[in-house]
Design a protein around this ligand. Structure first.
Ligand code: SF4
Length: 117
């Protein structure tokens, strides 16, 4: 799957009223709990890395299916978009990072934007 196909799939998710509302609620909750977003180009560059990853695929959240990361189960419309977010599992603010078992695949992209995690 190419970066463009991922972006197009996210756009389709955002055009679907139910999915869009669910994603918007997730993002708004994240912002209320101290989340911070990365710049749009960093987000797109992260998606470029995900587009070449074998872990990219369908994830199920809140009863809905999204395109996302099958390691952490997060939709691509949310996690790559965050600089940091509140983890309801860890009960604290965490930096957003790629969870691949070989290491953080976003590292080079994030370094380019002076964001080390
Ligand atoms: S493991 Fe990392 S690079 Fe792969 S899909 Fe998940 S977040 Fe993207």
């Amino acid at each position: 799957m190419t970066q463009q196909e991922i972006v197009q799939t996210i756009e389709l998710e955002q055009a679907d009223g139910n999915l869009h509302k669910y994603l918007a609620d997730l993002v708004n909750t994240g912002l209320q709990f101290g989340g911070e977003k990365v710049e749009q180009q960093q987000y797109l560059d992260r998606l470029g890395i995900c587009s070449g990853c074998e872990k990219a695929g369908t994830v199920k959240v809140g009863g809905f299916e999204f395109i996302g990361c099958q390691v952490c189960g997060c939709p691509f419309a949310t996690k790559p978009y965050w600089k940091k977010y509140f983890s309801f599992i860890k009960l604290r603010i965490v930096k957003s990072r790629c969870p691949h078992e070989i290491g953080n695949k976003w590292e080079q992209v994030d370094k380019k934007y002076n964001f080390n995690n």
